[in-house]
Unconditional design. Structure first.
Length: 124
């Protein structure tokens, strides 16, 4: 039951993040892009940038902040997937950025806070 609950929160958070991005001038290219290496939640474009978004949704920071849950291993996976995505879609004319979007839900009501961490990590 707990696993499904986390998945539901994650999907809801991704929907909120996608709406937020669209409202802020980003175009969504892909959602839940999967390869054998893993998945990227949202891939978007704005100006000359392709941005790979990792969305982290939480009700509590008891286990650390959402950003802290994006480990070096996870970052490595996202970078690998992004390289593959650029290759498959022939998007070499763009610069790449990696963002993390934290969605912090309020357990008392349906409000939430969005924290968009631009350029959250780099490949080097």
């Amino acid at each position: 039951v707990f696993m499904n609950y986390n998945k539901t929160i994650g999907k809801y958070g991704e929907t909120i993040a996608a709406d937020y991005l669209i409202n802020n001038g980003y175009k969504i290219l892909d959602r839940n892009f999967q390869t054998r290496y893993g998945e990227v939640d949202i891939i978007g474009v704005k100006d000359d940038l392709i941005i790979f978004f990792e969305v982290k949704s939480r009700y509590t920071n008891s286990f650390g902040t959402p950003l802290e849950s994006v480990t070096c291993h996870k970052k490595g996976k996202i970078v690998s997937i992004s390289s593959y995505y650029i290759y498959v879609n022939n998007l070499y004319d763009y610069n790449i950025r990696y963002d993390v979007i934290e969605i912090i839900f309020n357990h008392l009501n349906d409000t939430y806070k969005i924290n968009h961490l631009i350029d959250a990590f780099r490949t080097y």
